[in-house]
Design a protein around this ligand. Structure first.
Ligand SMILES: C[S@@+](CC[C@H](N)C(=O)[O-])C[C@H]1O[C@@H](n2cnc3c(N)ncnc32)[C@H](O)[C@@H]1O
Length: 237
């Protein structure tokens, strides 16, 4: 699948993810040969802002399957767990591979488990298109984790408490087991399963408030993304 190569923004602030060919819009046509970074004019003399696309644009356009982890939460996961180039990470379930893709930008050793065949195929295609290295496994993580000496196990699935015992055998001491959970009842059940094997490092929810900055209209935007998930950070004792 071709990658997004440019971002094209019209006068109304509409953001377009451009791959190739001529670009058609309400504000006229841009010929492929004219689509270069900077200010570009259409055949009806309307201006567009053009710049190069990168990873965040391509991940925005990946094929979707189930609900994905949100960027605001992914940022906290990366910062809190401190994973780096040499960290060994297991992620589950892959979904469409979004969180696994972000983790693999930080660490080269990411393995992601996905039980559902259809989502596994979507994640495989997305990771390939993004030219990233993630070892995808079409497996049920509740049945066990083959990888050992892990620095992080990241769980975004319904019943993470079914992974606690496996995680205990696969993580290094002090390494993180993190659960991404939409409901507080899941948090309660997950925490119960930790027993004396894991220390609760922190439980958080990330609220991001975007602002409008247009002339004198400088204030928080009217709408805000509400709840995504609770993040339970635990460390193997
Ligand atoms: C909410 S999605 C994960 C989204 C992913 N974090 C992302 O950012 O794209 C949950 C995924 O977990 C998968 N899943 C559920 N139980 C699983 C299990 N026991 N083993 C592996 N994957 C599982 C589901 O099929 C689904 O694709």
């Amino acid at each position: 699948m071709p990658m997004i190569t440019k971002i094209i923004i019209d006068k109304k602030g509409n953001i377009n993810y451009y791959k190739k060919g001529d670009f058609h819009s309400l504000f006229g046509v841009l010929k492929e040969k004219d689509i270069k970074s900077g200010i570009v004019k259409s055949n009806i003399d309307k201006e567009f802002l053009v710049f190069d696309a990168n990873f965040v644009d391509n991940i925005h356009e990946i094929k979707r399957g189930p609900a994905t982890s949100h960027e605001k939460d992914i940022g906290l996961i990366i910062a809190t767990t401190g994973i780096g180039l040499n960290s060994n990470v297991v992620d589950a379930g892959s979904g469409c591979g979004k969180l696994a893709a972000y983790l693999s930008k930080i660490s080269c050793n990411v393995t992601s488990y996905e039980i559902n065949n259809e989502f596994y195929e979507i994640a495989k295609q997305n990771i390939e298109n993004l030219k990233l290295k993630v070892k995808l496994k079409n497996k049920n993580i509740y049945e066990g984790i083959e990888e050992k000496d892990l620095d992080l196990i990241m769980l975004d699935l319904l019943e993470p408490w079914k992974v606690t015992d496996h995680a205990n055998k696969s993580l290094k001491s002090g390494a993180f087991l993190v659960a991404y959970l939409p409901t507080i009842t899941q948090v309660i059940d997950f925490v119960k399963s930790l027993e004396d094997k894991f220390y609760i490092w922190k439980v958080s929810e990330v609220l991001e408030r975007e602002w409008s900055v247009e002339g004198l209209k400088v204030r928080p935007k009217n709408q805000m993304l509400g709840h995504t998930a609770f993040l339970v950070f635990t460390r193997k004792i």
